[in-house]
Design a protein. Sequence first.
Length: 230
Amino acid sequence: MSAVKHVLVVDDERHIREVVEYALAKEGYRVSSASDGAQALAAFERDPPDLVVLDVMLPGIDGLTLCRRMRQLGSTPILFLSARSEEVDRIVGLEVGGDDYLVKPFSPRELLARVRAVLRRFQAAEERSEPLPRVLSHGRLELDPERFEARFDGTRVVLTSTEFSLLSALLERPGVVLSRAQLMQRAYSGEVVTERTLDTHVRRIRAKFRAFAAEPITTVHGVGYKAGEC
C-alpha cells in the first residue's frame, strides 16, 4: 500500500481509543477518532476514511446501527470491536455489513494484522497478478473492480469489500463451481476464515439482490458455489 491509509477509530472508552490510535499511527496510518455514534457519522461524512474500527457498544447510536448507516453511504471496510465473544454476536456483526470482528481484549499485533487483512481484501483487484477486465459482466450484473462498485441493470448495489471480493471470485469464472475452500482462498486472500463466515457473506449478498428478484450466487449442494443466473 503506497498511499497513507486513513483509519477512523470509534470507541467510547478513552483507553481503548488511545491504544488503537497509537498502534495504527506507529504503523504509519493516518488516524482520526470519535467517542460516540453521532461524532463518528459526522467524521465519516466530513473526511471519508479507508477503514473504520468500530466498537459495537456505543452511547447514542450503537455500532450495529452506525454500520448500517455507513453502508448506505458506501463500501468502506468496517472492523468491529466488541467485548462479546459469542458466535452469534460475530455473525450479527457480519450480517449488518461488517468485514471482520475482533474481540476485546486484543493485542495491538492482532489488531494490526486484522486491519492489514481487511485493507488487503479491499484492494484485492489491484493486487492480483492477472489484471481484471475493467468491468466484470454476468447477465445484468456488473462489477467494476477499479471503483469497487456493483450494478444491477444500471442500479448500484452497495457491497462490503469482502462481499465484492467474494462475488468477483465467482464472476471471474462463470459456470465454474468453486468449493468452499477454493472460494475462501480466492476471496479472502489466503486469510483463514470459517465456512460459517463464508456462508454468512453469501447470505448477505443474496439478500441485497432480492429486490431485483435475482440470484447472483447458486449453491451446488455437496460441492460449493457458482455464479447464479442474472
